[in-house]
Design a protein around this ligand. Structure first.
Ligand code: C2O
Ligand code: CU
Length: 542
């Protein structure tokens, strides 16, 4: 089926907490934005019209866009921003994805308010690998007290920490833990005995979240647009960028129960330690004025509970759903994921740690996007836009968990991209280096989902390879790399194109924790990537 949507981005006044008239950039007047609902295999056209004050782009997070990176969206990677008062018709081709994904702006921090769900139903509406009675979409967002473009631009100029969000919201409602919310909260009305599918989307910018519902168990059945073996748990952990499909059965006594998102920030991160609450409310006769029960969630800094959740996830792989985990790795890459400091330029006062400027890097390269699109430069053989020299190994090796002598090491600022040959079987070992980072890093790859075959604390060691899960590892597009641990992922490079790879914590991405994967043999790229539409947003070469 072919579906059409119109997205109009504009500054629109919305009421939030005690503010009644602040204008923010949203789509079609909605926060969160409009839902795309489709079936596996559909093609969707979205005509994006930008009426906002500056150029923006939209990304379809988790949609592989096979051989068609032209609509993928990250600014200066696959396109230039859609200028004010113009439109860009984007094509989203669903292939293998099934479950919950989302879309969001991919320019500066505008995704704080420009985001919404993508719900992908099975080809036959009833053909889920699990049963439920009703479904609800739950979008968790972060709300900032002022314009997010100003927040990040000021922070980058001073080298300091950007402002924190002032609230978390569930489907646009902060909930009744905030004094200005007048006791209103997002509510799911439930009927005793029924089972609900909750499609949870973490579109927040900077905090990972624990989620739970008082006195109800959760069964995680899907993540990032792919199914999982059912996992029964009391709480889940979700990072910015991730989506999770969760079943909840209303099997408790009639009443009202809080569902709570509470941040996970490990140690010493500046963080918004608020929680946001919604209510899981039974239909029926009981005392509705009684205070709902709160779920028990891990503390803000409970790293072991955060890690324990992720390692339990398993894909459906079985005889019925044969595994496609690459077994013959032809390319092995190690990427260190670091938060660094850059020296403060002379004649400037910097507000980063010890008067430095914050920065972040992958293999010690802090990515700085060019001012024209890498995809267009690649496709048209324009030289001098990027360097094909992102290394397969970090440039220096030390004990990532013990020896912090490299703490002051400044990263190289550059636009190095990683070249990968078409159909290579790739393994990437991400190593968190514990240099000042206070949270996990949700590493996200465009154009692919990948298998998370291993994860642990401390330094990676070759001896861990024999313990990899090559049978039923989860198949995801975003993985929470422990800040001082490692994660190994595998994928087959079967999607030619130019694909962004980055930490989905927006402040780390802004500090340079990004790179680009270019997949495909340069000589044959015109056969491997579909040609661009004739109407790409223009890049102005300055
Ligand atoms: Cu959610 Cu680069 O994306
Ligand atoms: Cu990060």
């Amino acid at each position: 089926e072919v579906l059409f949507y119109d997205f109009v981005v504009n500054e629109t006044p919305i009421e939030m907490l005690c503010e009644t008239n602040r204008s923010v950039l949203i789509v079609n007047g909605l926060f969160p934005g409009p839902e795309i609902r489709a079936h596996k295999g559909d093609t969707i056209y979205v005509n994006v019209t930008n009426l906002g004050p500056y150029g923006i782009t939209i990304h379809w997070h988790g949609v592989r866009q096979i051989r068609y990176p032209w609509s993928d969206g990250p600014e200066y990677v696959t396109q230039c921003p859609i200028p004010t008062n113009s439109s860009f018709l984007q094509k989203i081709k669903l292939t293998e994805e099934e479950g919950t994904l989302w879309w969001h702006a991919h320019s500066d921090w505008s995704r704080a308010t420009i985001h919404g769900p993508i719900i992908i139903l099975p080809v036959n509406n009833t053909n889920y690998p699990y049963k439920f009675d009703e479904q609800h979409t739950i979008v968790i967002s972060e709300w900032y007290a002022r314009d997010t473009k100003d927040i990040i631009n000021e922070a980058l100029a001073s080298g300091g920490d950007p402002d924190l969000s002032v609230a978390y919201t569930i489907n646009g409602q902060p909930g009744d833990s905030y004094s200005c919310s007048n006791g209103s909260a997002y509510n799911i009305m439930v009927v005793q005995g029924k089972t609900y599918l909750l499609r949870i989307i973490h579109s927040g910018l900077n905090e990972e979240m624990f989620f739970g519902i008082a006195e109800h168990n959760l069964t995680v059945v899907g993540m990032d647009g792919a199914y999982l073996k059912p996992l029964n748990i009391e709480y889940l952990m979700i990072t910015p960028g991730q989506t999770m499909d969760v079943l909840v059965t209303a099997n408790q006594t009639l009443g009202r129960y809080y569902m709570v998102f509470s941040p996970f920030v490990d140690t010493n991160a500046p963080s918004n330690e608020n929680v946001t609450r919604g209510i899981f409310q039974y239909n029926g006769t009981y005392n509705h004025s009684e205070t709902p029960v709160l779920p028990e969630l891990p503390g803000f800094t409970n790293k072991s509970d955060a890690g324990n959740f992720t390692i339990q996830l398993r894909s459906l792989n079985s005889e019925e759903h044969p595994s496609t985990v690459p077994a013959n790795i032809t390319r092995n890459i190690t990427i260190t994921v670091s938060v660094n400091q850059q020296p403060c330029p002379a004649n400037q006062t910097c507000t980063g740690p010890d008067g430095s400027m914050h920065s972040a890097s992958l293999n010690n390269i802090s990515f700085s996007a060019p001012s024209i699109s890498i995809l267009q430069a690649y496709y048209n053989n324009l030289l001098g836009v990027y360097n094909e020299t992102f290394p397969d190994e970090p440039s220096f090796v030390f004990d990532y968990t013990g020896n912090v002598s490299a703490l002051g090491e400044a990263a190289i600022v550059g636009n190095e991209v990683l070249m990968i040959n078409y159909n290579e079987e790739v393994e990437i070992r991400f190593q968190g280096t514990n240099l000042g980072a206070a949270e996990n890093h949700p590493m996200h790859l465009h154009g692919y989902s990948f298998y998370v075959v291993g994860m642990g604390d401390g330094n990676f060691s070759d001896s861990y390879v024999s313990d990899y899960n090559l049978v039923d590892p989860p198949y995801v597009n975003t993985v929470g790399l422990p800040k001082n641990g490692w994660t190994s992922i595998r994928f087959k490079a079967d999607n030619p194109g130019v694909w962004f790879m980055h930490c989905h914590l927006e402040r780390h991405a802004s500090w340079g924790m990004n790179t680009v994967f270019i997949v495909g043999d340069g000589k044959e790229k015109h056969q491997k990537v579909y040609p661009p539409p004739s109407y790409m947003p223009p890049c102005t070469v300055s």
